[in-house]
Design a protein around this ligand. Sequence first.
Ligand SMILES: [Zn+2]
Length: 298
Amino acid sequence: MAVRTGIGRSAGLLALGPFFYLRRAPAAAIVLVLLVLLLTALTQLGGLLLWLALPALDPLVRAMPGPRALRLLAAAGLFVPAYLAVSLVIIPPLAAQFGRVPLPCGYRGENAYGALTAATCLANRHYASPAARDALSATATRLAAEVPGRRISYLDSGFPFFAWFPMLPHLSHTDGRKVDLALFFLDPATGRPAPGRAPSPIGYWAYVPPDPGAALPCNGRKSWLRWDFHWLQPLLPALRLDEAAQAALLKDLAASPQVRRILIEPHLKARLGADHPKIRFQGCAAARHDDHVHIEFR
Ligand SMILES: [Zn+2]
């Protein structure tokens, strides 16, 4: 009975999460609630893990010697490996119950596609349906057969759980059927393809400038969902779009029966001659698609 009471008390403390600190340090509790929300938005499960870890780590932090800042750093040092272990060992089999599989993070072995940045995988933003994974893999293999060494870099795809949980800032990436792909670029020094490289470290927000005279339907129209980041563009390295690879990718994906539609900015569609009914414009009240391509699978 005493054991059962002890377990119940521990579970109750874990359930308190950041509110465990509310009486002792109210300001810290509020900051921790915000951190939980941020981690939930960025990684889906990271917020829940932090919620549970906060009361669990408290006795350890209090028992440690040394200044408070150092003890908090040590607590973070305990949380990060726990988060990684859960991400690697526990999440994949659970995600399978929701019809999601992790996309390969690296380009090793047979993979002709991988994440542009490891951060995508660390944040568990690399989950997709098995059908989407297989279709993407088939396209990547065909493209690599055409030009050896050519490989696709994906950006955000989906979270491991639920079909309604939005993966901010992508409102539509909820069901594992949407995958964003980085554009293909050429190395400006050699003029050769630069697989796995993009002007922006996260793949997003480095916009390919439109050709002079190109159709720009959103010019002069403001939308809080369409970010331009004019100030950022001069700070990013200049890489030239690999038009041949990009056109080949769009052509292959458009021909795939597993692909429902592809979103890209009109000036890129015209420049690449990507004329297919599945290749469409997302509209002006949405994120720009001349820094990446959005693919929706069936
Ligand atoms: Zn997208």
